[in-house]
Design a protein around this ligand. Structure first.
Ligand code: FAD
Length: 465
């Protein structure tokens, strides 16, 4: 018998309950479908997906298996393929955003109708969203009580790679290159590549290095913009090259040995990721609507020229511009700076958080629908557990505190160092009168004025009740 494992954001072989269950049912047919959701991803995540698929295909090949690639509607593809090859079952790892839940429900019923067993499995998070409940039986809207509820809860130990048997024959597969997933990264795919390595082996190496020593300083180093103080695991988690349970148990072992508060801080961050998936499952509108509907009347500005300057790192606010360039060039941005640039866009520039969310979706190699939506709504003040709108980060004070010597800002802003970002300037409208050679633009908006403008808009909005 042959069993299909339908891979999505779980591009790994180890600690993979769905793949393990399929391998137990028979010879393994690993399948990835480029569906509507994947097609809609931004340039950087699509580029990153290609790297991940290449790596997984190589890992499978080393074991005598293939990764079958198909493009289109998963319902049609899975039912036809299952029938063509006489598959006994289809397995996949559950995802919890609204689009995935709707798609997977349809796929499941189509497969059942076609007489094929369809089984979904846990594997993407530490705790599935419906397993963590408040005392009154609802879901958590605030992080700290959520953390308290799960910190001591059992997380299954990671499982190894099962015995994998190849089917006797392989069906046709698309060629990965034909999908052209990196086509829109002409602005710097090659550059991002120098900062980013994909794949399960890399991910395990990064985890080992981090837990081996760096995690011991995580509590303080994570906020210093001028050191590499965080794990850089986010893109590996976003594509499932590393299971979150593997990371949790590695950290937990270290915590049990050392009792270190730094290690616990790291474990709390892993749980922030789970919390984002908890929220997106219980309130799927978090991706597109103000989580607090009372914000619906807020006079956010839609996309505008100030936002375009924000995207290009030309606001004249050094820490904001440095962060926007870091993201453009590397596909990542430091968490502290993500908060600073998001606050600046939604408050100083009065621009709708969805404009920012979209640009992050275009540029982040670690793009994750749950964490991105939670991060933006938190920063804008419209989300659950959000920072209140009137708490406006001062980017200058933040920069002095977290980048006191200007090392991070210089790294991304100095003309000598920004050759990497030079292509970015080619498309700047002439009317802005700016070019890379002319150095830094002046501040678009005085920080005091920007803060006051945000507070005035908020007061007026509140007064209208
Ligand atoms: P570490 O500090 O080493 O943390 C370890 C892991 O914990 C991360 O890999 C991540 O999985 C998780 N984590 C840490 N912080 C958060 C957080 N605030 N929310 C959720 N999970 C967290 N993260 C994404 O993975 N994808 C996104 O699309 C994304 N968009 C964001 C947008 C905004 C506006 C903000 C403020 C934050 C966003 N984050 C997002 C969260 C966070 O910035 C990144 O997870 C973090 O910078 C990744 O770096 P790291 O792996 O070195 O993190």
């Amino acid at each position: 018998p042959v069993a299909i494992v339908w891979l999505r954001r779980d591009l790994r072989l180890s600690d993979h309950p769905a793949l393990t269950a399929a391998a137990q049912d028979g010879a393994l047919m690993p399948l990835f479908i480029l569906d509507e959701q994947m097609e809609a991803l931004g340039a950087a995540p699509r580029w990153r997906l290609e790297q991940s698929l290449k790596s997984l295909a190589a890992d499978l090949e080393a074991r005598g298996l293939k990764l079958i690639l198909r493009r289109g509607d998963p319902r049609a593809i899975l039912t036809a393929l299952a029938q063509d090859i006489g598959a006994v079952s289809v397995h996949w790892s559950r995802l919890y955003d609204g689009g995935s839940v709707a798609r997977d429900t349809e796929v499941k019923s189509a497969l059942k109708e076609a007489g094929v067993s369809a089984v979904s499995h846990a594997g993407h998070v530490l705790h599935e969203p419906w397993t963590v409940e408040t005392k009154t039986g609802g879901f958590y809207k605030v992080y700290t009580p959520y953390w308290k509820a799960v910190r001591g809860a059992d997380v299954p130990e990671p499982i190894g790679i099962p015995d994998l048997r190849a089917p006797d024959t392989w069906p046709e597969s698309d060629a990965l290159e034909a999908w052209q997933l990196s086509a829109d990264m002409d602005r710097g795919g090659a550059i991002v590549a120098t900062h980013e390595t994909a794949g399960e082996d890399t991910a395990r190496g990064v985890l080992g290095g981090f837990i081996g020593s760096k995690v011991e300083d995580y509590g303080t180093a994570r906020d210093k913009l001028f050191v590499a103080g965080t794990s850089t695991l986010s893109a590996h988690f976003a594509w499932g090259e590393l299971s979150i349970r593997t990371a949790w148990h590695a950290a937990k072992r270290k915590f049990d040995e050392t009792g270190s508060a730094d290690v616990e801080t790291f474990m709390k961050e892993l749980v922030w990721r789970d919390f984002a998936w908890h929220l997106i499952y219980h309130t799927p509108q978090i991706e597109t609507e103000n989580w607090r509907p009372e914000w619906d009347g807020f006079p956010w500005r839609g996309d505008n020229e100030d936002a375009e300057r924000w995207r290009r790192g030309l606001t004249g606010e050094p820490i904001v511009d440095a962060g926007m360039r870091e993201m453009y060039v590397t596909g990542r941005m430091h968490n502290r700076v993500r908060m600073i640039v998001a606050c600046y866009l939604t408050k100083h520039l009065q621009t709708d958080w969805r404009v920012g969310l979209k640009w992050f979706e275009e540029c982040l190699v670690d793009h994750d629908p749950a964490s991105n939506a939670m991060g933006w709504q938190w920063s804008a003040g419209s989300g659950p557990d959000a920072t209140p709108y009137f708490r406006v980060f001062n980017p200058e004070t933040q920069a002095e505190k977290f980048d006191p010597k200007g090392i991070y800002r210089r790294k991304w802003l100095d003309s000598e160092n920004s050759a990497e970002a030079a292509s970015y300037f080619k498309a700047v409208p002439r009317s802005w009168g700016l070019s890379a050679a002319e150095g830094r633009p002046p501040r678009m908006i005085d920080l005091k004025d920007g803060r006051q403008r945000a507070l005035d808009a908020y007061q007026e909005f509140k007064a209208q009740g």
